[in-house]
Design a protein around this ligand. Structure first.
Ligand code: ADP
Ligand code: MG
Length: 249
């Protein structure tokens, strides 16, 4: 039994079958990649895991409990944290302020914007935010407004904000999309470090095969909403069906 068990999940958008009989088992403390061409249903699947979408049929179990029918914040409290394909951070606040807001949300279950002025008085929050920034190599950027950060730094910032929630399952939707090679490599190293230092399971959607092969222990290939094959990176590399699915990409 994996920490995450997806069984026979189907999801339609009108006449389009976005997910068809998806089965997926993610082992605890592993890194599992989900790859596939554009429109394969990767983001839809992720949305079904975090309560943003409800599958038409099937089950999604996290650590033996169903996530279906729960609100996104309840699923978050169960230990699932998700980094979005487009960053969700406050551009007019600094890196440190954004991180403190995330730490607040983790401690109190929510953050009220009017608390921004007084949050510096909360020593535990300040210390935790500083620690999170250090661990993601963002300490030097703490006073920068997030709007002027590089794309790579913004992504890492988001990952750090997710990690401040102390999730057991971290979901990443194309974390290196649009990044320069150096930034991508930096992100790979940080994710490797996170895996080493924490008891955490990572499910990652990623287009960049260099990232996938650097991090994943298992890979599921999704094509037209259905898993085509699931295997180790070594086996996936030479798989004819995988090559076929990627032709025309
Ligand atoms: P991927 O992330 O693999 O690129 P998506 O999960 O975003 O693919 O999309 C899978 C398919 O479902 C695509 O054909 C997409 O256009 C469609 N789709 C995704 N979300 C919606 C939606 N909210 N309404 C209608 N169609 C959608
Ligand atoms: Mg997507």
């Amino acid at each position: 039994m994996g920490i995450l068990e997806v069984k026979n999940v189907n999801k339609r958008f009108g006449g389009l079958q976005a997910l068809g009989d998806v089965n997926l088992s993610v082992a605890e403390n592993s890194c599992h990649a989900i790859i596939g061409p554009n429109g394969a249903g990767k983001s839809t699947l992720l949305n079904c895991l975090v309560g943003k979408l409800i599958p038409d049929t099937g089950s999604v179990m996290f650590d033996g409990q169903s996530v279906l029918g729960r609100k996104p914040y309840e699923i978050n409290q169960m230990g699932i944290s998700r980094v979005f394909q487009t960053p969700e951070i406050f551009g007019d606040l600094t890196v440190m302020e954004n991180m403190m807001i995330a730490c607040f949300a983790q401690r109190d279950g929510a953050f009220k914007m009017h608390a921004i002025g007084s949050m510096w008085k909360e020593k535990d929050i300040v210390e935790k935010a500083e620690h999170m920034l250090e661990s993601m190599n963002l300490a030097e950027k703490r006073d920068m407004h997030t709007a002027s950060m590089s794309r790579g730094d913004k992504r890492r910032m988001e990952i750090a904000m997710c990690l401040s929630q102390e999730p057991r399952l971290l979901l990443l939707d194309e974390p290196t999309a649009g990044m320069a090679r150096a930034d991508t490599n930096n992100t790979i190293d940080l994710l490797k470090k996170i895996k080493e230092e924490r008891d955490i399971t990572i499910a990652i959607i990623e287009h960049d095969m260099h990232v996938v092969f650097s991090l994943a222990e298992r890979i599921t290939v999704l094509a037209q909403g259905t898993p085509l094959v699931e295997d180790t990176p070594e086996k996936i590399k030479g798989h004819p069906k995988v090559r076929e699915a990627y032709l025309g990409e």
